[in-house]
Design a protein around this ligand. Structure first.
Ligand code: G1P
Length: 271
């Protein structure tokens, strides 16, 4: 079963400057709650019981968010406020489920995932990119259901405007059904001319643990980073099956300032 989720959190967040010069983007509030907590809720609701956060020395404040017990205890002792107590209990629950590993130079998602190798217990694990919120329908749950059916790797996907393909990982589509298809190839941020479709990778992946061996062999790709997309491509070429899950929820891109602002408004409308 899929019980472990990896969340890379060591990225610099340059698309959200100047906010991210002092604050990790994953802790920025979206309708009153850090974006990261929406991701954790989605996972827990889908049956995940263990998280591995990849942070960096510069982003240790993310760990502090979950390890601030002395602060909560002191203030709760004084105020005995039920709302505060339930907030603290929520944070404690997340803390209990989470391990922290470090990626001190931002070498890309592939490199981040590799740092978790020794903690992985099963043949498949979940990986989520915290910039990508999906609301209204639990995408992780959809993917785990699809995994139960075909016991293979899965990537969340949606169609994007053809003019924007070079901002995403792009999938090549085989045997398309209503909500899924087999992936015959992937390319990280291809040019408009080279893109094989406009099905973009959105940050939810169910990956086989053997991907670690592929990541180790990778050379830096687009932008000088070690991309998980390149390891996936090598696995596909070796015959590993990957499916695209055309998710039903609504995608919110919290990785850019415009996206971050409209995400807050969207979530407020929905709640
Ligand atoms: C990453 C992935 C890319 C994917 C995107 C989704 O890119 O490398 O394949 O389409 O997330 O948000 P990044 O946003 O780090 O540039």
């Amino acid at each position: 079963m899929i019980k472990q989720a990896i969340i890379p959190l060591a990225g610099l967040g340059t698309r959200l400057l100047p906010l991210t010069s002092v604050m990790p983007k994953e802790l920025l509030p979206i309708n009153g709650k850090p974006g990261l907590e929406y991701i954790l809720e989605e996972c827990i609701d889908a049956g995940i019981n263990e998280f591995i956060f990849i942070i960096s020395n510069k982003k240790k404040i993310i760990k502090k968010y979950f390890y601030n017990d002395a602060f909560y205890k002191k203030i709760i002792k004084k105020k005995k406020n039920p709302k505060l107590i339930s907030q603290y209990n929520r944070i404690k629950k997340y803390k209990k489920m989470t391990k922290f590993v470090y990626q001190n130079s931002p070498k890309g998602t592939g490199d981040a995932v590799l740092k978790c190798k020794k903690y992985l217990k099963d043949k498949f694990f979940l990986m989520l990119l915290p910039d990508d919120l999906i609301i209204k329908k639990n995408c992780t749950k959809e993917m785990i259901d699809l995994y139960k059916k075909n016991k293979s790797a899965i990537i969340a996907t949606k169609t994007v405007n053809k003019k924007t393909v070079s901002r995403w990982g792009i999938l090549s589509v085989k045997n398309k059904k209503k909500n899924s298809f087999q992936i015959s190839d992937v390319a990280e941020k291809p040019s408009i001319k080279d893109a094989k479709s406009n099905y973009a990778i959105i940050g939810r992946y169910i990956l086989p643990t053997i991907i670690m061996n592929e990541i180790k062999k990778l050379k830096p790709g687009v932008g000088g980073e070690i991309h998980i997309t390149d390891a996936i491509r090598n696995l596909i070429y070796k015959g590993e099956k990957f499916y695209g899950n055309i998710f039903k929820g609504k995608y919110l891109d919290c990785g850019t300032l415009e996206g971050y602002i409209s995400s807050g408004l969207e979530i407020a409308k929905y709640k």
